[in-house]
Design a protein around this ligand. Structure first.
Ligand SMILES: N[C@@H](CCC(=O)N[C@@H](CS)C(=O)NCC(=O)O)C(=O)O
Length: 213
């Protein structure tokens, strides 16, 4: 295995997290799209990469990794990215922010979960949108409250982008995609503004990596 390869899907939040981190670390990579809508993540080829049948999968340093938070931890540790504060209490608080999104909001809004909710409600119009709004808005409101413990300048937890920001931005993309009202979340909105001006975040955005056609 040579070179860094990211198996991802342009709209996948977990993949978006890894793209941001690779960009922040300055690691060049080749993206191999795994189309979730076409079910390519359930093919034998992809299941051989990740038995969970999920993206992302990252090949790097001659190894293969799954689970975006584990991948972020590997990049942070091996590339000294400083994604988390060193002080233990601050570190635990920033991890809590990241987990509030990646462990609590994101899994219930995953494709297979929402598709099943639509299926068992007979495919009623609007179920997908209702489901997304039901979980994303309260989750982000709590995140906004959790941020009150930090001096924002301009990122979630200080002057440089960290783990919380890497988890937040993909979730905001989804919030906007599903019409979730975030207008009453000023701290979240200010992080979004900071990211829109940052090349590592901007070039990881789904619209910047969407395959042609
Ligand atoms: N905890 C995993 C979650 C990965 C995950 O759920 N990926 C989604 C895309 S964001 C996926 O592959 N979904 C396929 C499906 O739901 O069928 C991680 O952080 O990597």
């Amino acid at each position: 295995m040579t070179g860094t390869v990211l198996y991802d899907y342009w709209r996948s939040s977990a993949s978006y997290r890894v793209r941001i981190a690779l960009n922040l670390a300055g690691i060049a990579y080749r993206a191999v799209p795994v189309d979730l809508v076409r079910g390519e993540h359930k093919t034998p080829e992809h299941l051989a990469r990740n038995p969970q049948g999920l993206v992302p999968v990252l090949k790097i340093d001659g190894q293969r990794f799954t689970q975006s938070l584990a991948i972020l931890d590997y990049l942070d540790t091996t590339r000294a990215m400083g994604l988390l504060p060193e002080e233990p209490a601050e570190r635990a608080r920033e991890m809590a922010l990241a987990h509030a999104i990646a462990v609590d909001i994101h899994p219930v809004c995953n494709l297979q979960v929402v598709s099943y909710a639509v299926e068992i409600t007979g495919g009623r119009d609007g179920v997908r949108e209702d489901w997304m709004r039901r979980f994303i808005r309260p989750g982000l409101l709590a995140f906004e409250d959790m941020l009150s413990g930090w001096e924002q300048s301009p990122w979630c937890c200080g002057t440089r982008p960290g783990l919380a920001d890497i988890c937040l931005l993909p979730q905001l993309y989804n919030a906007r995609r599903w019409g979730v009202d975030i207008s009453d979340m000023p701290r979240v909105l200010s992080v979004e503004a900071a990211a829109s001006d940052h090349p590592a975040f901007a070039s990881a955005h789904p619209d910047a990596v969407r395959p042609a056609g």
